[in-house]
Design a protein around this ligand. Structure first.
Ligand SMILES: Nc1ncnc2c1ncn2[C@@H]1O[C@H](COP(=O)(O)OP(=O)(O)OP(=O)(O)O)[C@@H](O)[C@H]1O
Ligand SMILES: [Mg+2]
Length: 247
């Protein structure tokens, strides 16, 4: 049997005395869209950072397609793509330059045609030669998505990709996510727009104060809570967990 695309085993992440992730185990399978939900500070970005090499877990192991993200870091960094939550950009590079440089950084041969194709996909072709600092917030975020795709990652993390993005582009991004999945990319998405997860996700994970409260297929989760919206289900779970912790 194929290994899962992502396997986290007993992952703990501490920052000093604070525990941001508590004994977290999770598997994500090829071709699925997995939505990781949870309130501010739940640990979503921390988990993504541990998987993508921006942070290192304090305990436990993480594998991407069977490769250990610590021991086989060089391999796993090429298998994963990350659209970070924080917008970062090179102010004096243009979108086309940013993509060409990113290809070099990711160890793929810079390919202008592919870079132009990505700019087109993300409706940035008109801005291809403008300084990145002159792009609007949503345009910068679109460029981040394009950058995350230059090396055709097998596992893509989208950390709140639609924050601050206009309605039209949000819908375009959803279509793009579906297309990427059709093409075989596995996607892990975090979002505070719960209806986005309701629309896109095959499975849902709810993280709360570093603890995974639930991992379940969207279908069975919604069926179990007959007729209620995912947002209602989510809120109830979070409130119950808060109550439990307070008790
Ligand atoms: N570098 C760091 N040093 C110390 N604490 C950190 C660090 N990074 C994150 N934390 C803490 O870890 C916890 C989880 O943060 P994280 O960014 O993973 O949350 P999140 O679920 O992504 O939240 P949001 O929805 O606001 O993006 C928070 O309490 C945060 O303050
Ligand atoms: Mg976050």
């Amino acid at each position: 049997m194929k290994p899962p695309v992502l396997r986290c085993r007993h992952v703990v992440k501490r920052y000093g005395k604070f525990t941001a992730l508590e004994d977290l185990s999770l598997e994500v399978y090829e071709g699925e869209i997995f939505a990781l939900l949870g309130p501010n500070g739940a640990g979503k970005s921390t988990l993504i950072h541990c998987i993508t090499g921006l942070a290192k877990q304090s305990e436990g192991t993480i594998e991407v397609l069977g490769f250990d993200t610590t021991d086989d870091f060089r391999t796993t960094r090429r298998l994963v793509g990350l659209v970070p939550q924080e917008i970062n950009y090179d102010p004096f590079f243009t979108p086309i330059e940013s993509l060409m440089i990113q290809m070099g950084l990711m160890g793929v041969k810079p390919n202008r045609q592919r870079a132009e194709g990505l700019l087109k996909t993300f409706a940035l072709d008109e801005k291809r030669d403008a300084y990145t600092r002159t792009l609007s917030g949503g345009m910068k975020r679109r460029l981040l998505v394009a950058k995350a795709l230059v090396h055709e990652p097998r596992l893509l993390f989208l950390d709140e990709p639609t924050a601050g993005v206009d309605v039209e582009l949000r819908r375009e991004l959803w279509l793009e996510v579906e297309e990427l999945r059709q093409a075989g990319t596995t996607i892990v998405l975090t979002t505070h727009y719960i209806e986005e997860a309701e629309k896109l996700a095959d499975r849902i994970g709810i993280l709360h104060k570093g603890e995974l409260l639930l991992v379940e297929s969207r279908e069975s989760l919604m069926e179990r809570h007959g007729g209620r919206s995912l947002e209602e289900i989510y809120l109830e779970l979070i409130q119950k967990a808060d109550g439990r912790r307070a008790a």
